[in-house]
Design a protein around this ligand. Structure first.
Ligand code: HEC
Ligand code: HEC
Ligand code: HEC
Ligand code: HEC
Ligand code: HEC
Ligand code: HEC
Ligand code: HEC
Ligand code: HEC
Length: 467
């Protein structure tokens, strides 16, 4: 009885009151309560926890919030999922549905290792008994495992090829030129490029709000840096309600919502404010360049602004944009970017494996799935027609402007500083519109009417200067 009270108080009531070390001493030797609903605190379900794994219940007293929110995720109940279809002891299945199966001290069965049932803390963080018994030893603390390979151990194969498909996308790596700057610890490099180009920086600085110095990734091999990994988009610990239909019981644990239709704004601060945009718009948004800059055009990340139908303007000109704002017809598709870039399909058979959508490649099946286009082929030919029209329009602008060395940005082989200063405002506006359309990367698809407006406006300006 005394033993039971000691354990229970140690776990629950004194958490937060006592220092972590005192709690560790207090609960030392206690049998943790079962977690995944299948048992309660009185069930001695963990007699088999004799190895390096501690079990999720042991984390509860100190990491209470994370434990409680994890309990509500599908991960925590992954063994129940198998049990509910009579596969709870199928050794072909449980490896990815429990902790440490087949390893010394790993999951054996409900009766002896209940705290290792389901996808638990130690699937991602690694065995943590040493940490639990020596919390003050910094060297024994589990790492923050944001590498995609951590999730890819299980989210792999023909039933759920999230990892393989993600690995095909550019989200996998860090762009070489940017990575070199991070590795060299260049001053200001992480602060200006890291939020979008470095998963390590994004999670630490943007999500966890920790101050990061310039040398955070100094000396790290570019290949070992994390790009836009799973944990950048997904919260590993909790349901967030940010998926499209969390009411079905599934919750994709997205860090940011997918659906957001901000009011258009040509204000630079707003055009660059990730909080206005959805998940993808955290990074796929303008970096603030406007038509009056000489050295460089817009970054290739303007997709969200283009989709919303806005264009950042120099201070004072926000209400007089070069092109009238125009919301996209595609702004009404419910999952926005994901509808076209993350089409998903369940596993049928080995000839028709699941599609997880994580390659980010446009799949035209997504266009008819939302009942806007009668068929994928229809959407594909509409796309091809539009893209042809936009390509022709862009080629026309270049032809009328003439030799790039007379009008381009200096970074694109244009004139030197004196030459830039001599360019007319019309030329600068035309080249900005040209690059804005080009750097969106969809050749008009993200916002067809806006793209055509840009081409029309460029045409009028060219005509007005006799080109
Ligand atoms: C007795 C208290 C205690 C228990 C039990 C405990 N931890 Fe910790 N844990 C700590 C403390 C204290 C830290 C250091 C926190 C800090 O620096 O903010 C820590 C740090 C961590 C970190 C690193 C966090 C970071 O910011 O780098 C992870 C991951 C972690 N614990 C996971 C676990 C897991 C998994 C379990 C269960 C198997 C567990 N802990 C059990 C007290 C505990
Ligand atoms: C040990 C294997 C394993 C690891 C490691 C793992 N998962 Fe899972 N994950 C699963 C299983 C199994 C399920 C399904 C649980 C169920 O439905 O019962 C799941 C479900 C999910 C879901 C909910 C899916 C849905 O359809 O709603 C998300 C999101 C998810 N995992 C993301 C991640 C991320 C991100 C990581 C890495 C940080 C990760 N997982 C690591 C096995 C794993
Ligand atoms: C390679 C690791 C792995 C193995 C092996 C595995 N699963 Fe899973 N399972 C997962 C992951 C990851 C998910 C989450 C999928 C998602 O939500 O995208 C999952 C989800 C599930 C789900 C719930 C979602 C759904 O698709 O209906 C069921 C049921 C399931 N698995 C059954 C099984 C069965 C039965 C076996 C053995 C024949 C098995 N699993 C073997 C990794 C695995
Ligand atoms: C699906 C994989 C996964 C599971 C399961 C998981 N974690 Fe984590 N955890 C991560 C990742 C990835 C990070 C780093 C990203 C972040 O900080 O959000 C992290 C960060 C942490 C941190 C430090 C940052 C913070 O948010 O305080 C602690 C502490 C932690 N986890 C404890 C736990 C505990 C305790 C459990 C089980 C109750 C658990 N984790 C389950 C993947 C996981
Ligand atoms: C607001 C987020 C964001 C910031 C900040 C950012 N980038 Fe990017 N960058 C992107 C996105 C998104 C792409 C990919 C666009 C695509 O693939 O169409 C990209 C692409 C690139 C590319 C690939 C080549 C190209 O032009 O497409 C390079 C090189 C690059 N960025 C360099 C940088 C450097 C250097 C910095 C810091 C000075 C930086 N970026 C800051 C979002 C950003
Ligand atoms: C760029 C952001 C992003 C990255 C990176 C990412 N995901 Fe996702 N993931 C999403 C979005 C968005 C959805 C929901 C798609 C939808 O609405 O159809 C999703 C859905 C899922 C689901 C549930 C649907 C399914 O496939 O069963 C799982 C599981 C998942 N992701 C796992 C992963 C894993 C594992 C990784 C890393 C290998 C990863 N994700 C990387 C954005 C991302
Ligand atoms: C944390 C920042 C970030 C988030 C969030 C993000 N991306 Fe990206 N995305 C990038 C960067 C950076 C690149 C370019 C990487 C490079 O060129 O090295 C990129 C590249 C791409 C590409 C070009 C892919 C290719 O392989 O050619 C597409 C398409 C894309 N992202 C779509 C999306 C979608 C859709 C979402 C939301 C589900 C999303 N991104 C979320 C940063 C991000
Ligand atoms: C209506 C469907 C649709 C929607 C919605 C959509 N896209 Fe696209 N996107 C496309 C098409 C089509 C392309 C051109 C792909 C090609 O030609 O290969 C494209 C191209 C891109 C590219 C350039 C890819 C490359 O290889 O350089 C990026 C980055 C991108 N989209 C990101 C986004 C983001 C971020 C969103 C949400 C703000 C979004 N897309 C919404 C259809 C869509």
């Amino acid at each position: 009885m005394v033993e039971e009270v000691r354990c229970r108080w140690g776990r629950l009531w004194w958490a937060g009151v006592l220092p972590a070390v005192a709690i560790a001493l207090l609960v030392k030797g206690c049998t943790p309560p079962g977690n995944n609903g299948g048992s309660d605190a009185n069930t001695p379900g963990d007699s088999g926890l004799t190895g390096k794994y501690a079990g999720a219940a042991r984390c509860l007293p100190c990491h209470t919030n994370i434990h409680d929110s994890w309990m509500k995720t599908l991960h925590a109940g992954a063994l129940e999922t198998l049990e509910s279809i009579g596969q709870g002891t199928n050794t072909n299945c449980i490896g990815c549905h429990v902790v440490g199966f087949g390893e010394p001290g790993g999951f054996v069965d409900r009766a002896t290792t209940n705290s290792l049932a389901g996808v638990g803390c130690e699937n991602c963080h690694g065995p943590a008994l040493d940490h639990v018994t020596n919390v003050s030893d910094k060297n024994l603390r589990p790492s923050k495992p944001i590498a995609a390979e951590v999730c890819g151990k299980c989210h792999t194969g023909s039933h759920h090829p999230n990892y393989e498909q993600w690995a095909e996308s550019k989200h996998k790596g860090v762009e070489a030129h940017v990575a070199e700057g991070f590795a060299a610890g260049e001053e200001g490099r992480l602060a200006s490029c890291g939020a979008c180009h470095s998963g390590d920086y994004h999670v630490e600085a943007i999500i966890n709000g920790i101050t990061v110095e310039d040398d955070f990734l100094a000396g790290v091999e570019p290949n070992d840096m994390n790009g836009v990994t799973c944990a950048v988009c997904h919260n590993p610990h909790q349901r967030t309600g940010n998926a499209v239909a969390p009411d079905t019981g599934r919750d994709f644990q997205l860090r940011y919502p997918q659906v957001a239709s901000p009011v258009q704004s040509n204000d630079v601060d707003e055009a660059t404010d990730p909080n206005r945009f959805n998940l993808c718009g955290q990074c796929h948004h303008s970096r603030g360049r406007t038509w009056d800059s000489d050295s460089r055009g817009p970054h290739n990340s303007v997709q969200s602004n283009f989709y919303v139908g806005e264009m950042p303007m120099p201070a004072g000109q926000e209400n007089d944009p070069i092109v009238a704002n125009q919301r996209s017809v595609h702004a009404f598709v419910i999952e926005q970017c994901s509808t076209c870039h993350m089409y998903r399909k369940d596993f049928e058979d080995e000839q028709a494996p699941a599609i997880s959508g994580h390659s980010m490649e446009v799949d035209f099946d997504g266009c008819s799935a939302v009942a806007c286009h009668p068929s994928p082929a229809d959407a594909q030919s509409a796309t091809a027609n539009l893209q042809k029209q936009v390509e022709d329009g862009l080629a026309d602008i270049v032809a009328r402007l003439g030799n790039p060395s007379t009008w381009e940005y200096s970074s694109e082989g244009g004139p030197n500083d004196a030459g830039q200063a001599a360019l007319s405002d019309e030329i600068k506006k035309i080249r900005f519109m040209y690059h804005y359309l080009l750097s969106d990367g969809s050749l008009g698809v993200h916002n067809p009417l806006y793209a055509l407006r840009i081409l029309n406006q460029a045409d009028s300006l060219l005509t007005s200067i006799g080109r």
